[in-house]
Design a protein around this ligand. Structure first.
Ligand code: HEC
Length: 145
Protein backbone atom coordinates (compact mmCIF):
# COMPACT_ATOMS: atom_id res chain seq x y z
CA UNK A 1 0.00 0.00 0.00
CA UNK A 2 2.73 2.42 1.04
CA UNK A 3 4.58 1.62 -2.15
CA UNK A 4 1.55 2.44 -4.30
CA UNK A 5 0.95 5.77 -2.55
CA UNK A 6 4.61 6.63 -3.01
CA UNK A 7 4.52 5.77 -6.72
CA UNK A 8 1.40 7.85 -7.31
CA UNK A 9 2.90 10.78 -5.39
CA UNK A 10 6.10 10.67 -7.43
CA UNK A 11 4.17 10.44 -10.70
CA UNK A 12 2.14 13.51 -9.72
CA UNK A 13 5.23 15.55 -8.89
CA UNK A 14 6.89 14.55 -12.15
CA UNK A 15 3.90 15.42 -14.32
CA UNK A 16 3.17 18.81 -12.72
CA UNK A 17 6.79 19.91 -12.91
CA UNK A 18 7.13 19.03 -16.58
CA UNK A 19 3.83 19.84 -18.21
CA UNK A 20 2.29 22.71 -16.27
CA UNK A 21 4.77 25.56 -16.63
CA UNK A 22 2.69 28.74 -16.52
CA UNK A 23 3.84 31.65 -18.72
CA UNK A 24 4.53 33.86 -15.67
CA UNK A 25 6.67 31.11 -14.13
CA UNK A 26 8.85 30.98 -17.25
CA UNK A 27 9.14 34.79 -17.20
CA UNK A 28 10.01 34.84 -13.49
CA UNK A 29 12.54 32.05 -14.02
CA UNK A 30 14.47 33.80 -16.80
CA UNK A 31 14.35 37.18 -15.06
CA UNK A 32 15.65 35.53 -11.88
CA UNK A 33 18.56 34.01 -13.78
CA UNK A 34 19.41 37.38 -15.34
CA UNK A 35 19.26 39.03 -11.89
CA UNK A 36 21.85 36.47 -10.78
CA UNK A 37 23.86 37.17 -13.97
CA UNK A 38 23.92 40.87 -13.07
CA UNK A 39 24.84 40.05 -9.46
CA UNK A 40 27.90 38.10 -10.60
CA UNK A 41 28.84 40.29 -13.55
CA UNK A 42 28.68 43.63 -11.67
CA UNK A 43 31.73 43.11 -9.46
CA UNK A 44 33.62 41.52 -12.40
CA UNK A 45 33.03 44.71 -14.40
CA UNK A 46 33.97 46.89 -11.42
CA UNK A 47 37.24 45.01 -10.93
CA UNK A 48 38.12 45.25 -14.64
CA UNK A 49 37.33 48.98 -14.63
CA UNK A 50 39.22 49.61 -11.39
CA UNK A 51 36.11 50.67 -9.48
CA UNK A 52 36.71 47.80 -7.07
CA UNK A 53 40.07 46.40 -5.93
CA UNK A 54 41.12 43.43 -8.05
CA UNK A 55 40.87 40.16 -6.15
CA UNK A 56 41.94 37.14 -8.23
CA UNK A 57 40.01 34.65 -6.13
CA UNK A 58 36.76 36.61 -6.27
CA UNK A 59 37.22 37.18 -10.00
CA UNK A 60 37.71 33.46 -10.68
CA UNK A 61 34.78 32.45 -8.49
CA UNK A 62 32.36 34.97 -10.03
CA UNK A 63 33.47 34.16 -13.58
CA UNK A 64 32.87 30.45 -12.90
CA UNK A 65 29.40 31.25 -11.53
CA UNK A 66 28.65 33.40 -14.56
CA UNK A 67 29.66 30.62 -16.95
CA UNK A 68 27.31 28.23 -15.14
CA UNK A 69 24.46 30.76 -15.22
CA UNK A 70 24.89 31.36 -18.95
CA UNK A 71 23.53 27.87 -19.63
CA UNK A 72 20.25 28.56 -17.83
CA UNK A 73 18.18 31.41 -19.32
CA UNK A 74 17.37 29.79 -22.68
CA UNK A 75 15.17 27.19 -20.99
CA UNK A 76 12.85 29.98 -19.75
CA UNK A 77 12.14 31.42 -23.20
CA UNK A 78 9.04 29.31 -23.83
CA UNK A 79 6.52 29.87 -26.62
CA UNK A 80 3.70 32.23 -25.71
CA UNK A 81 5.55 34.02 -22.87
CA UNK A 82 6.24 37.37 -24.52
CA UNK A 83 2.99 39.24 -23.85
CA UNK A 84 2.97 40.11 -20.16
CA UNK A 85 5.35 41.25 -17.38
CA UNK A 86 8.38 40.80 -19.60
CA UNK A 87 10.84 42.98 -21.47
CA UNK A 88 11.70 40.11 -23.83
CA UNK A 89 10.56 40.92 -27.37
CA UNK A 90 8.25 38.56 -29.30
CA UNK A 91 10.77 38.59 -32.17
CA UNK A 92 12.61 35.94 -30.11
CA UNK A 93 9.98 33.44 -31.24
CA UNK A 94 10.31 34.42 -34.90
CA UNK A 95 14.10 34.40 -34.88
CA UNK A 96 14.53 31.50 -32.47
CA UNK A 97 17.62 29.98 -34.12
CA UNK A 98 19.49 33.30 -34.10
CA UNK A 99 18.46 34.00 -30.50
CA UNK A 100 19.51 30.52 -29.36
CA UNK A 101 22.76 30.97 -31.31
CA UNK A 102 23.50 34.19 -29.44
CA UNK A 103 22.80 32.42 -26.15
CA UNK A 104 25.33 29.79 -27.28
CA UNK A 105 27.84 32.58 -27.87
CA UNK A 106 27.11 33.87 -24.37
CA UNK A 107 28.01 30.40 -23.03
CA UNK A 108 31.23 30.22 -25.06
CA UNK A 109 32.34 33.74 -24.11
CA UNK A 110 31.62 33.34 -20.38
CA UNK A 111 33.49 29.99 -20.44
CA UNK A 112 36.45 31.82 -22.00
CA UNK A 113 36.23 34.50 -19.28
CA UNK A 114 36.16 31.82 -16.56
CA UNK A 115 39.23 30.25 -18.17
CA UNK A 116 41.06 33.59 -18.39
CA UNK A 117 40.14 34.37 -14.77
CA UNK A 118 42.07 31.26 -13.66
CA UNK A 119 45.26 33.07 -14.72
CA UNK A 120 44.71 35.77 -12.11
CA UNK A 121 46.09 38.18 -14.72
CA UNK A 122 43.97 41.22 -15.47
CA UNK A 123 45.68 41.60 -18.86
CA UNK A 124 44.23 38.25 -19.95
CA UNK A 125 40.90 38.82 -18.24
CA UNK A 126 40.13 42.20 -19.80
CA UNK A 127 39.73 41.13 -23.46
CA UNK A 128 37.60 38.14 -22.40
CA UNK A 129 35.48 40.47 -20.28
CA UNK A 130 34.95 42.82 -23.23
CA UNK A 131 33.71 39.93 -25.39
CA UNK A 132 31.15 38.99 -22.73
CA UNK A 133 29.99 42.60 -22.28
CA UNK A 134 29.54 42.89 -26.06
CA UNK A 135 27.40 39.74 -26.06
CA UNK A 136 25.09 41.15 -23.35
CA UNK A 137 24.68 44.37 -25.30
CA UNK A 138 24.14 42.86 -28.72
CA UNK A 139 21.44 40.54 -27.40
CA UNK A 140 19.68 43.28 -25.43
CA UNK A 141 19.80 45.61 -28.47
CA UNK A 142 17.96 43.04 -30.58
CA UNK A 143 15.77 41.10 -28.19
CA UNK A 144 15.07 43.18 -25.09
CA UNK A 145 12.84 46.23 -24.64
C1 HEC B 1 21.16 35.97 -25.87
C2 HEC B 1 20.47 37.06 -25.22
C3 HEC B 1 20.94 37.67 -23.95
C4 HEC B 1 22.21 37.73 -23.43
C5 HEC B 1 23.49 37.17 -24.01
C6 HEC B 1 22.11 38.47 -22.20
N1 HEC B 1 20.84 38.85 -21.97
FE1 HEC B 1 20.15 39.90 -20.37
N2 HEC B 1 18.25 39.64 -21.02
C7 HEC B 1 17.87 39.11 -22.22
C8 HEC B 1 16.44 39.18 -22.36
C9 HEC B 1 15.63 38.71 -23.55
C10 HEC B 1 15.95 39.77 -21.18
C11 HEC B 1 14.49 40.06 -20.81
C12 HEC B 1 13.94 38.91 -19.96
C13 HEC B 1 12.46 39.12 -19.63
O1 HEC B 1 12.10 40.25 -19.19
O2 HEC B 1 11.68 38.18 -19.81
C14 HEC B 1 17.12 40.05 -20.35
C15 HEC B 1 17.07 40.63 -19.10
C16 HEC B 1 18.15 41.04 -18.36
C17 HEC B 1 18.09 41.74 -17.10
C18 HEC B 1 16.82 42.18 -16.38
C19 HEC B 1 16.36 41.09 -15.41
C20 HEC B 1 15.13 41.56 -14.62
O3 HEC B 1 15.31 42.00 -13.48
O4 HEC B 1 14.02 41.50 -15.18
C21 HEC B 1 19.39 41.96 -16.71
C22 HEC B 1 19.85 42.67 -15.43
C23 HEC B 1 20.25 41.37 -17.71
N3 HEC B 1 19.48 40.81 -18.71
C24 HEC B 1 21.63 41.40 -17.66
C25 HEC B 1 22.46 40.76 -18.58
C26 HEC B 1 23.90 40.77 -18.51
C27 HEC B 1 24.72 41.52 -17.47
C28 HEC B 1 24.34 40.00 -19.54
C29 HEC B 1 25.75 39.66 -19.90
C30 HEC B 1 26.68 39.32 -18.86
C31 HEC B 1 23.17 39.54 -20.27
N4 HEC B 1 22.04 40.02 -19.66
C32 HEC B 1 23.21 38.73 -21.39
C33 HEC B 1 18.71 38.59 -23.16
C34 HEC B 1 20.08 38.40 -23.01
Amino acid sequence: MKKIVMTVALATIASTSLADVKPFEAVEYRKGIFKAVKWQFGPIADMVKGKQDFNAEEMASRATNLAALSKMPLDGFRAGTYARATSALPVIEEKWDEFAGLMGKFETNTAALAEAAQSGDLKQIKPAFIQVAKTCKSCHDQYKD
